[in-house]
Design a protein around this ligand. Structure first.
Ligand code: DGJ
Length: 706
């Protein structure tokens, strides 16, 4: 056993974690800005000791990371569990500490409760902290884990919180509120992260915005049931945390077994929300297998909104021809190619090419696609089964269900129990066979219903089902090197910091309406970088909102993502095709910037416009979009400012219209349209006068350091 130090700390990129160990339990003294090398941590510890109020315990005890009742803590504990009513109360003391250059692991034990817990902190170079907790049963009796949440104390000046709610075709709607006494709990019990999933929970200093204020964020590396928490106690102390939401009996540890909770991803920014975004992007992009590090994100055509279930080679060949002429690089065949799947009533579970629709198999189509210089992608929904399928007829017991009753159907389907080995092998086997037979570069993997009564032989199985899909994706990728997977779940229902490690792209939303997309993408991009978010130009009239938008607005909206098209291109005019071709070329020439740069959002004084952009890491270039969301309150719009540039450097500013002209409603354009040169400081503080745009229009502005 190593000597226990009084304090341990980690620092990276202006972020610091300080943990005091001297009281016998780990206590986070500080997580936030680096407090500097002159800091005397003992003095900080002394300064942090609370006064003792009346009507409380005689001495104040800091409960530390385990937040135990035994230490006088009356908020929500980190660990909740029991052994048939016993061993519910713990008092953990530090047993061992292991410190690496960027990591700390603290192991604690309670001999009476016969439990061991540990917390591991890993601070990445980008200032992103990963917190992983574990509990181990040391008794011969079983131990049921109900909750193991990871928490961080918030400073008292973090008084606001923000998270996101959502629904199908309107994912990630922000909710900002003052932190008040009580527990704010965002729970997901759908068995997937869900449309309503927050992805991250933020805490902020009052009025913090994109560039200013302090912000703390937590997100979970998990795609199953989750809980994000902010708690303020009557003592005035506030904390933020998250954990897997375990269903009753889901984790029962036999002797010697342990539960490792999904890791919490924590970050801090002294430069507003953009700083949080930047840390996450740089952290994700530092992975060698990060999709845009592996190769540029191919311009994609998904044929869903072009043909839906009406597959035929002739039509799809015409689509491929137009796609080729525009410059599409990946062609994706969506739902409807397999089994009896001619509509959404049947076929899920039978992952065999339909002889009715594809008598010669998929080869003729794949040949068409490949001969036109594109790679081929295929849709699956392997976690689901239609009762009207060969699979279900043969194995009706392979669904998640409570014995004696069948769960209500969702989109006419049930959830296949992937924790059942044979069911898993069936799906893996059929998908693997197709990937082996055909040249398939990419699969879009859908998940179109929530889990209800998700039991495996009576036992709650969301956790195991979530692990099964991770395993399935990983095994498919192992067998088929280079295979890319898109995680889709009725649009953006499975976008989270867990799935980022198993999928390469997320289908951001089934809503291709450019106006809605401005909001959905903006908020999903808080921590998920654009190169991982599918953003397609949809039809002129949106299929989900029936709003009509110009191609120009749709194209600019789709640019800031992993761009693509989802539209019956055979119906497009020559003019539209020319605009699409020019836009496709622009995407290809600029994706290396959009997929590596810093995302910057400029605060606006009213809600009629968004200004957002991407600035190269070396600040040499930037592309911004000015997006008119609605009619402006004033007759001439507010100054168009740009942040994130080098203050002293000069930039040439120009307007670019790669997909055609915007709809301007002013009598004259601003004078700088053909180019103006200003310093970064002037662009941030004064800016340029924007054009007067009709609502639901956008323009691009390029800035180049000279
Ligand atoms: C829902 C997805 O979000 C859509 O993009 C499409 O793949 C359909 N499912 C297919 O059924």
């Amino acid at each position: 056993m190593s000597q226990i130090p009084a304090f341990v700390a980690l620092n990276a990129d202006g972020v610091q974690l300080i943990v005091a160990l001297s009281s016998g339990t780990p206590v986070i003294l500080h997580f936030g800005a680096d407090l500097g090398s002159n800091l005397d941590v003992e003095q900080l510890n002394l300064a942090s000791q609370e006064a003792v109020p009346h009507a409380d315990l005689d001495d104040h005890i800091n409960p530390g990371v385990w937040r135990e009742d035994a230490r006088g803590f009356h908020g929500r504990p980190s660990l909740l569990g029991h052994s048939t009513g016993q061993r519910w109360a713990s008092l953990f003391t530090i047993k061992d500490v292991a410190k690496g250059s960027d990591s700390i692991e603290i192991v604690c034990i309670d001999q009476t409760a016969a439990l061991e817990v540990s917390v591991a902190y890993e601070l990445a170079n980008e200032g992103v902290l990963k917190v992983t907790q574990r509990v181990k049963n040391l008794s011969s009796e079983d131990y049921s884990v109900e909750e193991l949440n990871a928490w961080l104390p918030l400073p008292d000046h973090a008084t606001e919180t923000m998270d996101f709610t959502g629904r199908w075709v309107k994912e990630r709607q922000p909710q900002r509120r003052e932190i008040q006494v009580g527990t704010w709990s965002r729970e997901i019990r759908e068995g997937r992260s869900g449309h309503d999933y927050t992805i991250v929970q933020l805490a902020m200093t009052p009025g913090a915005n994109y560039q200013t204020g302090e912000v703390w964020s937590v997100g979970l590396q998990w795609s199953g049931n989750t809980r994000h928490l902010v708690e303020k106690l009557p003592t005035g102390r506030t904390s933020i945390g998250a954990g897997e939401l375990l269903l009753p009996g889901e984790v029962i540890l036999a002797s010697g077994e342990e539960y490792v909770a999904p890791s919490l991803v924590v970050s801090y920014s002294a430069e507003g929300i953009d700083g949080i975004t930047d840390r996450h992007y740089r952290w994700l992009r530092s992975r060698p297998n990060h999709p845009s590090v592996v190769r540029p994100r191919p311009l994609t055509l998904n044929v869903w909104e072009a043909v839906y279930f009406n597959h035929n080679l002739e039509k799809l060949t015409q689509l491929a021809d137009v796609a080729q002429s525009i410059g599409v690089e990946r062609f994706v065949l969506d739902d409807g190619w397999f089994g009896s799947r001619r509509n959404d009533q049947s076929g899920l579970g039978d992952w065999v090419v339909s002889k009715d629709v594809w008598p010669g198999g998929l080869k003729p189509l794949i040949d068409v696609v490949k001969s036109r210089g594109m790679e081929f992608g295929l849709w699956f929904e392997g976690e689901m089964v239609n009762p009207d399928s060969d699979l279900f007829r043969e194995h009706p017991d392979w669904i998640l269900q409570v014995e004696g009753r069948t769960p209500p159907k969702g989109r006419n389907q049930q959830v296949l129990d992937l924790t059942h080995h044979e069911a898993y092998d069936h799906v893996f086997g059929q998908v693997n066979a197709l990937l082996s037979e055909y040249d398939i570069a990419y699969i879009k993997w859908d998940h179109n219903r929530t889990l209800t009564d998700a039991a495996h032989f009576g036992k709650a199985a969301v956790r195991e089902q979530t692990k099964a899909i991770y395993r399935l994706f990983d095994e498919l990728k192992l067998r088929h090197p280079g295979l890319e997977i898109e995680s889709c779940s009725s649009g953006g229902g499975r976008i989270d910091l867990g799935m980022v490690n198993h999928a390469d792209r997320f289908w951001t939303s089934d809503c291709n309406d450019a106006l809605e997309r401005q909001y959905i993408q903006r908020y999903t991009q808080y921590v998920i970088p654009p190169e991982m978010l599918g953003s397609h130009i949809g039809p002129t009239e949106s299929h989900t909102t029936h709003r009509t938008h110009s191609l120009q607005f749709r194209a600019i909206s789709a640019l800031f993502g992993h761009a693509g098209l989802e539209w019956d291109l055979t119906q497009t005019t020559d003019e539209e095709r020319a605009a699409l071709k020019s836009w496709a070329q622009y995407y290809k020439s600029n994706r290396s910037l959009i997929h590596t740069g810093r995302m910057v959002r400029i605060e606006q004084s009213d809600d009629s416009a968004f200004v957002h952009g991407v600035v190269a890491q070396d600040k040499s270039r930037a592309i911004f979009a000015l997006v008119a969301l609605r009619a402006m309150p004033a007759s001439t719009p507010n100054a168009l400012r740009f942040e994130g540039l080098e203050a002293g450097a000069s930039y040439r500013v120009k307007l670019v219209e790669p997909a055609g002209e915007a709809n301007y409603i002013g009598r004259q354009s601003p004078k700088w349209f053909d180019g103006v040169v200003l310093t970064g400081a002037a662009l941030a503080r004064v800016g340029v006068r924007p054009p007067i745009l009709a609502p639901e229009n956008a323009v691009l502005i390029e800035l180049e350091r000279i």
